[in-house]
Design a binder for this molecule. Structure first.
Ligand SMILES: Nc1nc2c(ncn2[C@@H]2O[C@H](COP(=O)(O)OP(=O)(O)OP(=O)(O)O)[C@@H](O)[C@H]2O)c(=O)[nH]1
Length: 777
């Protein structure tokens, strides 16, 4: 930003004792600036001019100067004498006068040009002219003439430097000079402040806020933005890049203001680099219908490690364990059923890589098998089918495989990609095959994690031990957990005191996919809570406190679970594009029928997706699945069991019971449409022709009409059409037959119609009567 100093060119010329024209030419030639004698010169121009003339003068040499200008010398000498009261050596004084300020003459007004020269030098120096440069020049001059310099040395040496303060002698101009000095000083200060001004700008900032942070006028910011091709009003938001461009243009130093959450400060949020990733064991969950042998298979698998010669010992139940197959460890979540699985998924922790679906070979696929399939699919987990109880004579694995195909699980041997392994938990037959298959799938999945970072994972289960305090089994998902690490799990913080594996062995560290039991937490975390090893315990406690407060708050303000009542607001707010439904019915046929009918009612705004359709009472597992997938449950001719009812109430999962399919379909359809913005369409009622127009003082303009077709009702709107052009649309103010107000007038009858606002009715106008009708698709 250039600072304009209000020195007219003519004044400067006078000061420098040159012709206006000379200065004008000089500026034009050197700077390309066309100036008039009245034009004010900017600070830069003044500097330029001053430098030029100073150099010119110095080149002339003092001797020559003194010798060649006796007349002014006398005058200046006089001035000096009078102002100082002392006689100052002529030579240096002469030189000083050219560059030194203030030799005002109280009684004898000095020659104007002399005064002005001084004034200019003072002012120029006070602005940001590089004083050193001029002092240097003066030093050179002074040193060459030092011998002749007979004046008393000044305190700064025997040369006088420009100081900006040696202007005391120019009394008549004192005031003006001071004002100018102050002004220039202020400008200088402002400049200095601007140069130093540091602004911190967030990712987004309003124009007004930016201006206030830059300590400038909003108009200036808007102008700069316009320069960048951005039209933005005071309240509009600009991004960091734009704002920083503006700020820099206005001379400010920009800092990026970043809001860092506690989580960001606490957790390592950066993505792992590919080169840091290392192979990790797969995490496997065993699922299936009740009594198909989940527990037996988990036990059978656990036994393999004893037979495989691994360190045996007393196996303690820690909710997860590892076995090694062909040198490769596999982690099993020892939680039959999908409880942990779903509760974790509801919290966003997808722990499992592979689901072993246990199907009894003699029983085939049962309702909970289907649930399990749906759970696994919803979690994007690869399914391996263990066809169990192969030792039984009634085992029919082919039948199981056939059934599986109905659920898009086509066995490998039939050309699909689902591995089916016949096993017997009882005899141990096929268990190793199962483990090998798991390794195979794991290999294909290329499961990797970075062990070289702070540990991150999830709580599998937790309990309060009388002796040890809170004990939690956690699964490390990435990083390595060390004894002594500070961890935060949900609202619980603590230092890992003792860390054990599933066989009770004390560990110092645990890497990815390793399940361990830890003590040292301050409170018992919930299964499914995510845990993070952190560096800053204090910050972790702060986060835990905040989480606890948030949890409380959430309990009070109902969590926005989808219900048929709020479905629409959620759709309208763009929060919901899909309505997930779980269907439970009395018989498979109805379940299928309800499922298909529901899926058909998807519309543009929302897709209905039945994530699970099964037979039997609504159970806890349905509620958990609904909770994890934010679904509603529709029961057809079935009831929820008491546990499910309680769980649903707690988790705020909506349960809807129907006895007629049609009602269920209708409710869902209504809920989906109910919140749509109402749509209107026009319904034509009839047309009337204006045959005469009356002006009645009490009623205004009345059109005497004849109803050509349809009818005209009192509530109708009227579109007035004249020669095929719509003149206006209005409402009916009065509708009369003879003297009576009527509700409607049918085709072939005459009536008088007064419009609400429009009165410029003409004979021959056509009144089209219509109503607006709300409708739904
Ligand atoms: N013959 C035979 N019986 C088995 C086999 N596996 C399990 N069983 C039996 O089937 C019954 C149920 O086995 P569990 O392992 O408890 O089945 P589960 O799926 O864990 O059952 P829940 O935990 O109740 O859901 C037990 O009586 C087991 O002995 C097998 O391979 N062959």
């Amino acid at each position: 930003m250039s600072v304009v100093i209000k020195y007219k060119l003519s004044d400067v010329a006078k000061d420098l004792n040159v012709q206006n024209k000379e200065l004008i030419d000089f500026l034009y030639q050197t700077l390309g600036e066309s100036k008039k004698h009245t034009s004010p010169l900017t600070e830069a121009e003044l500097n330029h001019v001053f430098e030029h003339y100073t150099q010119k003068n110095s080149e002339a040499s003092l001797d020559a100067y003194l010798a060649s200008a006796p007349a002014p010398k006398v005058a200046e000498k006089d001035i000096l004498k009078k102002a100082d009261g002392t006689v100052v050596a002529a030579g240096p004084a002469k030189r000083k006068e050219r560059i030194r300020p203030a030799k005002p003459e109280k009684e004898n007004k000095p020659a104007p040009e002399k005064r002005e020269v001084v004034t200019v030098t003072v002012d120029t120096r006070i602005t940001d002219v590089n004083l050193d440069k001029f002092n240097e020049k003066y030093t050179e001059l002074a040193s060459t003439k030092n011998v002749e310099n007979r004046r008393k040395p000044t305190p700064a040496g025997n040369k006088q430097k420009f100081s900006g303060r040696n202007n005391r002698r120019q009394q008549p101009f004192q005031k003006k000079r001071e004002t100018e000095a102050e002004r220039l000083q202020r400008i200088q200060l402002e400049k200095a402040r601007k140069a130093q001004l540091k602004v911190s700008i967030p990712d987004e900032i309003t124009v007004g806020e930016l201006a206030s942070r830059l300590k400038v006028n909003v108009a200036q910011v808007i102008k700069k933005l316009m320069g960048l091709g951005i039209m933005a009003a005071i309240s509009e938001v600009v991004d960091f890049d734009t704002a920083s461009l503006v700020a820099e243009e206005l001379g400010a130093k920009v800092e990026h203001e970043v809001h860092v959450t506690i989580e960001e400060r606490l957790f390592e949020v950066d993505e792992d680099k590919d080169e840091d990733l290392e192979e990790r064991p797969p995490v496997v969950v065993v699922m299936g219908h009740v009594d198909h042998g989940k527990t037996s298979i988990l036990d059978a698998i656990r036994k393999t490690r004893v037979t495989a010669g691994e360190a045996g010992g007393i196996t303690q139940h820690i909710g997860a364990y590892q076995v090694t197959m062909n040198g490769k460890p596999i982690t099993f979540l020892d939680t039959p059923g999908h409880e942990a699985f779903t509760s974790m998924r509801a919290r966003g922790a997808n722990l499992t890589d592979i689901a072993v679906l246990v199907v009894a070979a003699d029983d085939g696929i049962m309702p909970q098998t289907v649930e399990s399939i749906n759970h696994a699919k919803a979690a994007n987990t690869t399914i391996i089918v263990a066809i169990n109880k192969m030792d039984k004579p009634t085992a029919n694995p082919n039948h199981v495989m056939e059934q599986l195909t109905q659920y898009e699980l086509v066995p490998e041997e039939w050309g699909g990609d689902t591995i089916c392994v016949p096993v017997s938990a009882l005899t141990g037959q096929g268990i190793e095959d199962l483990l090998e298959s798991i390794n195979l799938v794991a290999e294909v999945k290329e499961l990797k994690a970075n062990p070289h970072r702070r540990a991150k994972g999830a709580v599998i289960e937790a309990r309060l031990d009388k002796g040890q305090g809170p004990v939690a089994t956690i699964l490390v998902q990435k990083g390595t957990l060390h004894q002594g690490d500070v961890v935060i799990a949900g609202t619980s913080v603590g230092r890992v005191r003792v860390m054990r594996d599933d066989q009770g062995a004390i560990l110092k560290e645990a890497g990815p996919s390793m399940p361990v039991e830890i003590t040292g937490l301050t409170e018992v975390p919930a299964a499914g809570d995510l845990f993070d090893a952190v560096e800053d315990e204090k910050l972790a406690r702060e986060l835990a406190d905040r989480r606890a407060a948030e949890q409380k708050e959430q309990q009070f303000s109902a969590y926005k679970k989808v219900t048929l009542d709020n479905l629409f607001s959620q759709i309208a707010e763009g929060e919901r594009k899909e309505l997930a439904i779980i269907v439970k019915a009395d018989v498979q046929g109805s379940a299928e029928a309800v499922k298909q009918s529901l899926e058909k009612i998807s519309n543009d705004e929302v897709r209905v997706r039945v994530i699970h359709a099964g037979v039997g009472a609504i159970n806890k597992s349905d509620v958990m699945l609904a909770n994890a997938g934010n679904a509603i449950i529709i029961g057809f001719n079935v009831r929820p069991d008491p546990v499910a009812k309680e769980e649903a109430a707690q988790a705020e999962v909506e349960l809807r019971m129907y006895r007629v399919i049609y009602d269920a379909i209708n409710d869902v359809t209504d809920a989906m449409k109910g919140m749509l913005a109402p749509k209107f369409r026009e319904v034509e009622l009839g047309r009337a022709e204006v045959r005469s127009v009356f002006k009645i003082s009490s009623a205004g303009t009345i059109a005497g009409c004849y109803v050509l077709e349809g009818k005209v009702t009192r509530a109708a709107k009227i579109r007035l059409v004249r020669d095929g052009i719509v003149i206006t649309e209005d409402e009916i103010d009065s509708l009369r037959r003879f003297k009576d107000d009527v509700k409607e007038v049918a085709q072939g009858y005459e009536c008088g119609i007064g419009l609400d606002k429009f009165s410029d009715i003409k004979e021959g106008d056509i009144f089209e009567a219509f109503i607006m009708e709300e409708y739904r698709d």
